[in-house]
Design a protein around this ligand. Structure first.
Ligand code: HEM
Length: 572
């Protein structure tokens, strides 16, 4: 402990602040030349030195930790089979740069190195591709985080949000709220299930079906936009004058950001980055506007913000409770500021994220289904017959009807199997190493990918016709399509098959802890919409249509079918 004698230097100024305080100040230091001023100068000097040393030690410590982590990454990574690469794999870099076919690239590597392959995406970026169904299940269950880059890209377009971000801890409660919200939208589990907005959506679609020729991509995008918009914003969405501009903006942002497929955003110094940012800013303004409109009409968003959160936390038990109850409960909770109720900014970010992801993924699936319908006119007729058989002529279609339309559900599932929304599922374990059952340890921070196309086309699982479109494979005895509806809201995957290899290899919506929250909703709402469409229209190909329609790989590693022109004919 410093005392007034031991804590003085040659000039008699106490060395430490404690020393100074323990004495009665300058008056008590007869030997101290200059008194308080000299003390303060000396004290500041010593304090600065101490701070600099502490800073240096902290930086060295952080750098040391990084070096140790890097050495660990290299040591553990090099034990996983894969091609030799000094700094980064040139093959992978070329595919990423050119937006080439990453599935074909990974397929070659899996053929050479087995079901788990390691690649160096950069000196500190290890990419591990896993293809074996059992290992994939393990990866998707154990690796709960998404890549930090994914979160950053969503942040850029959406601002602050609590969905799609890297850390599982941060998204957990919002995922649960969203599941409940989406189930309520289809009123699943409450009397006869129905998608309340379907009539209004059909009115909008009818208006574009009256054209002579339609572009299949814009039709599917429009259908997806209306499903997700009606779901999130309720009635306000249909009276909103800016809906057309909003749809255009969303599609531009989704395209520029290369969402879902490559998560690549161009560097900030490029003009295209600035135009991307200005599009995002306009998108935000419009989103805030529709959120305000929706709240004013006391519709959907209010429920997503408050009621679903409360239910997910077990605070509202009765799904039929009135609006007043919800509002009061929400109000009380808001006042006590408990729980992660979204801020305005976060709500807006979540909504933009959901619109971007929900529309791109749903439009992709609807587009694939439409393309199959015009490729296989016989299937279209069978589907129409099924729709007519299930519901009587006068009544509206409800979700319960769709569940009885097994061929329709099988067509939706088979379309999703052949062309999933993106080429890869991406995961990461930020904090812990992953020990896979096969004795392989994937170090924390490595990028884990599951090549969806390879899994969905694996002949050893799906048979020799794995590459063919055959909805009947979903109508066999070992498949229970009813599981789509019965999947409990907390569940993270669908168990359609009794054969576990097929269950683990059918991943259009992912699986495990970060599986798509909208999977049940998307399948049922899209099926309902297609059923309504086929009930009223026959869709035929334009004469320019070629039957040799092979999937193409887009600029962002997307596999999609070419965009056929459609001629809709109203059924009598
Ligand atoms: C056909 C339509 C859709 C497809 C094919 C699809 C596919 C996917 C896939 C593959 C994932 C990643 C899963 C994983 O990593 O395991 C995902 C995540 C997600 N999806 Fe979808 N999705 C669709 C529609 C929707 C809709 C309509 C919503 C909600 C309105 C939605 C909400 C989400 C959310 C919130 C996540 C992120 C979950 C998380 O990060 O924890 N999706 N989706």
């Amino acid at each position: 402990m410093a005392s007034s004698t031991t804590s003085c230097d040659a000039t008699g100024v106490p060395f430490t602040l404690l020393g100074a305080l323990l004495t009665a100040g300058p008056a008590a230091w007869p030997a101290c030349v200059g008194g308080g001023r000299a003390f303060l100068r000396d004290y500041a000097q010593r304090g600065t030195n101490a701070l600099l040393w502490a800073g240096l030690l902290a930086v060295t410590w952080v750098l040391l930790l990084r070096v140790v982590a890097l050495l660990r990454l290299w040591a553990l990574g090099s034990r996983i089979p894969g091609p030799h690469a000094l700094v980064a794999d040139p093959g992978l870099a070329a595919v990423l740069r050119s937006g080439g076919d990453i599935t074909a690239f990974l397929s070659k590597l899996h053929n050479s190195y087995g079901p788990v392959v390691r690649l160096w995406a950069g000196p500190s970026q290890l990419l591990v591709s896993v293809k074996d169904p059992t290992l994939v299940k393990e990866v998707l269950t154990k690796a709960e985080d998404k890549l930090p880059l994914t979160g950053k890209t969503y942040n850029l377009a959406c601002g602050r949000l609590r969905l799609f971000v890297s850390s599982f801890e941060k998204v957990k409660s919002t995922r649960e709220s969203l599941k409940i919200f989406l189930n309520e939208k289809l009123t699943i589990g409450v009397g006869p299930s129905s998608f309340i907005a379907i009539d209004a959506i059909m009115d909008r679609i009818n208006s574009i079906m009256s054209k002579d020729i339609l572009d299949s991509r814009s039709l599917s995008q429009h259908m997806a936009f209306n499903i997700i918009g009606a779901t999130l914003f309720g009635d306000a969405f249909f009276n909103w004058p800016d809906a057309v501009t909003y749809e255009e903006l969303l599609m531009m942002v989704a395209k520029d950001g290369c969402f879902w497929a490559s998560y690549a955003v161009c560097p900030f110094w490029k003009p295209s980055y600035r135009s991307y940012q200005s599009l995002c800013a306009k998108l935000k303004i419009l989103t805030e506007d529709i959120i305000r409109n929706s709240r004013d009409q006391n519709s959907s968003l209010h429920h997503f913000d408050r009621r679903s959160y409360l239910k997910s936390e077990g605070m509202i038990k009765d799904p039929n409770r009135g609006v007043l109850g919800e509002t009061m409960a929400g109000h009380c909770l808001h006042r006590t500021a408990e729980g992660p109720i979204s801020s305005e900014e976060e709500t807006c970010g979540n909504i933009v994220g959901l619109m971007l992801h929900g529309i791109s993924a749903s439009a992709n699936l609807i587009g694939n289904i439409l393309a199959r319908l015009i490729l296989f006119p016989k299937l279209q007729e069978q589907l129409h017959a099924e729709i007519v058989a299930v519901c009587d002529e006068s009544s509206d279609l409800v979700v319960d009807d769709v569940v009885r339309m097994q061929l329709l559900l099988a067509t939706v599932c088979e379309s999703a199997r052949l062309l999933p929304a993106g080429p890869l599922l991406q995961r990461c374990s930020l904090k812990h190493d992953l020990d896979l059952g096969s004795g392989i340890t994937v170090p924390a921070g490595a990028i884990l990918v599951v090549p969806l196309h390879l899994m969905h086309m694996d002949a050893s699982v799906w048979g020799s016709d794995a590459g063919q479109f055959n909805p009947h494979r979903f109508l066999k005895k070992d498949v229970d399509l009813g599981d789509i509806l019965s999947t409990p809201s907390g569940s993270n995957g669908m168990n359609l098959f009794t054969d576990s290899a097929k269950t683990e290899s059918f991943l259009p919506f992912g699986s495990g802890s970060r599986a798509c929250v909208g999977q049940k909703f998307a399948i049922l709402a899209i099926s309902l919409l297609i059923a309504n469409l086929l009930r009223n229209y026959e869709v035929q190909p334009h004469p320019s249509f070629s039957k040799e329609m092979e999937p193409e790989v887009g600029s962002s590693h997307f596999h999609h079918l070419p965009n056929p022109k459609i001629i809709p004919t109203k059924r009598i």
